[in-house]
Design a protein around this ligand. Sequence first.
Ligand SMILES: Cc1ncc(C[n+]2csc(CCOP(=O)(O)OP(=O)(O)O)c2C)c(N)n1
Ligand SMILES: [Mg+2]
Length: 309
Amino acid sequence: MNASNSTNPELENKELFKSGHTACAGCGVSVGLRHILRAAGPDTIVVNATGCVEIFTSAYPRSAWSVPYIHCLFENTAPVAAGVVETLRAQGNDHTKVIVIAGDGASYDIGFGHLSGMLERGHDALYISYDNEAYMNTGVQRSGATPWKANTTTSQVGSVFKGKMQYKKPLTEIVAAHSIPYAATSTSAHYIDLQNKVKKALSIKGPKFLNVLMTCVPGWGTEPSLSMQYLKDAVDTHVWPVYEIENGFLKMNLKPEKKPVETYLKGQKRFKHLTPEDIAQIQKMVDEKWDSLLWKEKCDQERLAALKK
Ligand SMILES: Cc1ncc(C[n+]2csc(CCOP(=O)(O)OP(=O)(O)O)c2C)c(N)n1
Ligand SMILES: [Mg+2]
């Protein structure tokens, strides 16, 4: 393990997340981790919640991490990160970055209260939620991040219920409502956006949050070779808007010309039962959300410009 994944020595030095881990073929999460660590650099400590990432990167005695790595309980990643960062700062170390890597199960649900506490107390850490939209490691159970109507093992398609009955929790907005300096969304396919956001977040003092959509081949029921394409389609259909909220001011980072939601939904086994009415309803919800974000951006950017005068 930790073997070279490149014959280019320059690139090799930058690859802090190594190949040889045991992620599934086409895992969108492993791609995202590689970009996150490239952007963060070697002076970083990673605190990781239980989930797929822990399993595929750290099977003892191996490790895919070239930076210090702490695995902790599902629920308490944010407090562990807070403890690490406060210890570093008490020791006079004001440079080492502390990054939480936690799945949607950990972030939207089980560690949600502790994430809120970390934000409210103002610890100088970057919390990254990798959102693959279900509890994948334990066999695809629905989470607060699972989209409406998606088929999971605990939101099945049967004669009465047709997938998840509830809507996806708006975690990025809930986090931003804590008045933290920086909250943003991205995907592992939009790697320049992702790397820029990691760098920007780490340059800001205080609690920061990134919500990054990452594909899961077995959980979404998709072709491994299409993982990045699905993430691009999620953004191009406006299903996953890419934006940042800096000091309370929202800015849309990508405004692609809208493709119909079918472009993204088709070919995913978790959505294969959707009716034309379901798809029309999803389109309506996506359009409404997009419009509300554009309005918010307009108001926020005008307010910001007025403040700068
Ligand atoms: C308190 C607690 N509840 C349940 C589990 C079992 N468990 C381990 S990993 C996991 C799923 C993690 O889901 P997520 O955070 O979305 O990460 P993913 O596996 O999708 O990468 C679950 C339910 C646990 N370890 N601890
Ligand atoms: Mg998950």
